[in-house]
Write a protein that binds this ligand. Structure first.
Ligand SMILES: Nc1nc2c(c(=O)[nH]1)N[C@H]1C(S)=C(S)[C@@H](COP(=O)(O)O)O[C@H]1N2
Ligand SMILES: [Mo]
Length: 186
C-alpha cells in the first residue's frame, strides 16, 4: 500500500499553530465578510451567515506542513471551491486565484489547482466553528499541497489573469508546493 506520509514528513497527533505573525483574533461571526471579485461574472461580498447558507460539504483530509509535520484525517466542513465557481462564474480570463487574508497575508494558486477535489472555503473544523488560532472563523483548505497554501483568516478571493505570488512564496518557498514531490523551496 502506498504510504500516506509524503517524503520527509512525520506524523503528529497534535495540531501545531503556525503563521507569519500573531494569531488574529479580531474576526468573529458578526464582523466577518468574504469578498469574491476580479475575473468573475458575479462578484460577491458575503457575511458569515450568507456563506453558511451556501451548499456545504464535509472533507476528511491529511494535511502536510512544509516544516515536516503531517496530520491525518482532519475533518472540515465548508463550501467546495468547485461549488463557489458555479455561483461566481469565473470569466475566460481567470487563470489564478489570489487568496487575501486579514492583515495582508496572501497566497495564490492556478485556478486548475483550486478546482481539485477537497479544496474548500472551510468554516468548521472537527464539528466546531474554527478557532481563531487555526484561522477562524473562515480559512482555506487546499489539502493536496503544503499547508501554507491553506491560508487562515481569508477575507478575499481575487480571480486574476496573471499570478501574484504570495507571502511565503516570495520568501523562497515553492509556488507549486506539492508534498509528494517535496516541492518545499523555489
Ligand atoms: N493568514 C495566514 N495564513 C496562514 C499562514 C500565515 O502566516 N498567515 N501560514 C500558513 C502555514 S505556514 C501553515 S503550516 C498553516 C498552519 O495552520 P494551523 O496553524 O491551523 O496549523 O497556516 C498557513 N496559513
Ligand atoms: Mo507551514
Amino acid at each position: 500500500m502506498p504510504s500516506r506520509l509524503p517524503p520527509g514528513q512525520f506524523e503528529t497527533k497534535a495540531f501545531p499553530v503556525l503563521q507569519s505573525g500573531r494569531v488574529i483574533d479580531s474576526l468573529n461571526l458578526q464582523n466577518y465578510s468574504l469578498e469574491i471579485y476580479g475575473e468573475v461574472e458575479k462578484p460577491m461580498k458575503l457575511s458569515f451567515s450568507e456563506l453558511s447558507a451556501w451548499p456545504h460539504s464535509n472533507v476528511v483530509a491529511d494535511i502536510h506542513c512544509v516544516t515536516t509535520w503531517s496530520k491525518f484525517d482532519t475533518k472540515w466542513s465548508g463550501v467546495l471551491f468547485t461549488d463557489v465557481c458555479k455561483l461566481v462564474k469565473p470569466t475566460s480570463k481567470a487563470k489564478f486565484v489570489v487568496m487575501e487574508c486579514e492583515e495582508g497575508h496572501t497566497t495564490s494558486l492556478p485556478l486548475r489547482e483550486m478546482l481539485k477535489p477537497n479544496v474548500m472555503i472551510a468554516d468548521s473544523y472537527d464539528g466546531q466553528t474554527i478557532e481563531a488560532k487555526h484561522g477562524g472563523p473562515v480559512r482555506m483548505l487546499v489539502p493536496h499541497l503544503y499547508f501554507y497554501k491553506s491560508v487562515k483568516w481569508v477575507r478575499k478571493l481575487k480571480f486574476v489573469e496573471k499570478d501574484e505570488p504570495g507571502y511565503w512564496e516570495v520568501r523562497g518557498y515553492s509556488n507549486t508546493a506539492n508534498p509528494w514531490e517535496e516541492e518545499r523551496y523555489s
